[in-house]
Write a protein that binds this ligand. Structure first.
Ligand code: HEC
Length: 186
């Protein structure tokens, strides 16, 4: 039941098919580099999504590699890929990145902490997705049963959440940042 929106979210976030149809516009190396980083993260997110959905066989190393791809490209590394002079067309990065630096950095760092939690989850599950990695039914985004049971504080610590839930929160970071800081293109 929860699977369909997640798959849809991954397709919306990655949007690779639609973008490749566009004519190539010359962009500076820093822009090309961050777009390549974003694409690598999108492919990693697809891998993780496929593993949770059972479309790809579980492989702890592949799961970890995908989480690490996102961890290494988020946080400070991501912030550094968006210097002030590189915003606006032909890049899809909005000039708002520079106007709301703190918010942009907070999203990048939050994404990094979630990716780190997924990476450790792979270490703790060498042989397959464990029951504790699965999201419990009724564990809606933002209001987790786990959080309520543990008095609310556990919900803020991704290392204490089921990995599947962490993955959902991760996709929210992608979408939230794109909604504010990325130009919509058809
Ligand atoms: C802190 C903000 C932020 C976060 C978090 C973020 N993105 Fe992005 N993303 C952007 C911006 C801004 C662009 C536009 C970059 C450009 O064109 O210069 C972009 C572009 C992209 C692109 C298009 C790249 C291209 O070829 O032009 C993809 C795909 C993408 N992001 C996927 C993701 C995925 C998947 C995640 C989460 C795992 C994610 N992004 C997280 C800000 C973010």
């Amino acid at each position: 039941m929860r699977r369909v929106p997640v798959i849809a979210a991954v397709i919306v976030i990655t949007g690779l098919a639609a973008r490749t149809a566009l004519p190539e516009t010359a962009v500076s190396p820093v822009v090309a580099e961050r777009q390549a980083s974003m694409k690598a993260m999108a492919n990693a997110a697809k891998t993780i999504s496929g593993i949770f959905d059972g479309k790809l066989p579980y492989d702890a190393a592949a799961f970890k590699a995908a989480a690490e791809t996102i961890r290494q490209r988020s946080g400070g590394a991501m912030v550094d890929e968006f210097p002030a002079g590189s915003l606006g067309a032909p890049s899809a990065a909005k000039v708002e990145v520079d106007q709301f630096r703190e918010e942009f950095a907070a999203l990048a760092h939050h994404l990094e902490s979630l990716a780190a939690a997924l990476s450790s989850a792979a270490d703790n599950a060498p042989n397959g997705i464990t029951e504790s990695m699965r999201m419990k039914s009724g564990m809606a985004m933002g209001s987790s049963l786990l959080g309520k049971r543990a008095g609310g504080t556990a919900a803020a610590d991704p290392s204490k959440m089921p990995a599947e839930h962490v993955f959902h929160l991760m996709l929210q970071d992608c979408t939230n940042c794109h909604a504010k800081f990325r130009e919509k293109r058809q």
